[in-house]
Design a protein around this ligand. Sequence first.
Ligand code: CA
Ligand code: CA
Ligand code: CA
Ligand code: CA
Length: 344
Amino acid sequence: MMALLRPSGFFVLFALALFLTWGAGSSVAAVKQVRASAETRPVPHAGDAADDSAIWVDARRRWRSTIIGTDKQGGIGVYSLGGRLIQYRRDGRLNNVDLRGGFRLRGGRVALVTASNRSNNNIVVYRVDRRTRKLVRVPGVIRAGIHVYGLCMYRSPSGRYYAFVTSDSGQVEQWRLFRRGGGVDGRRVRRFAVGSDSEGCVADDSLRRLYIGEEGVGIWRYGADPGAGSGRTPVDSTGSGGQLVADVEGLAIAKGRPGYLIASSQGNSTFVVYGRRSNAYVKTFEIVAGRRIDGATDTDGIEVTTMRLNRRFPGGLFVAQDGNNNRPRHQNFKLVSWRAIARA
Ligand code: CA
Ligand code: CA
Ligand code: CA
Ligand code: CA
């Protein structure tokens, strides 16, 4: 075969290969690399178990802030900023978790935590006990009308609290959460179809937006208010020209200036960053192995805060599930300094 090509033919082929290699390299932005500063203790269950997280910020003593992480095979854990387990609750197959502060309950204001329970399709409600940092069940049963998968919360500018639940059928429900006696009840206020398997979602409270990840397709932006209907705008796709590789998993909003929308791109174990307001693509990063802590691959749920928490997380904290936590160890969550990501 080679003998059939004259030297000039070789040169043309070589030049073409060089051009193609260079062309591909220049059109795809380099993936930035960051390392985890800490990691949580592995979850109790083996296999694909850790999934999504929420960050509770102790407003008065930030170093006491916690990571709340789901173990979708059977419970939910609360971890310190150093990754130590503070509490584990065997409350069912809790898949996604989110929280919003300032909810009026029993004469005070509490951080309300909700999670999607795949054991019974309920929205489970907790509050954070400020003294112990543990989750306390809030009385009330909220039974969704779909097979719940993902979950995220929204506090409207007028002070109303909502939970969105997504499903593997692509159906989404919005539930208004309100106080009933000493507990919390819910009323379904909207239902719409995304199209196919949808899990990750996040609400941008002040911009009144809802982002949903359609796992095999991309990210959609909807209005977060109950009357916003089903009109939507595409943010990014898993197709050609898109920055995502299926599945699209967790979504998170980094507040502060400038703010960002971040997506977990499970298919290539990266995180894609977009402008918070414009949703324009900014950059892609990955969590690689450091001296002590392994990288995050086959990544699932994510969460971020841009508040200063302690010396290790001076500009905030980014949390990512790690699908392969140095097997045979169980899955866990990697904790990355937000400042390292912002500067990458
Ligand atoms: Ca979450
Ligand atoms: Ca998923
Ligand atoms: Ca997930
Ligand atoms: Ca890993």
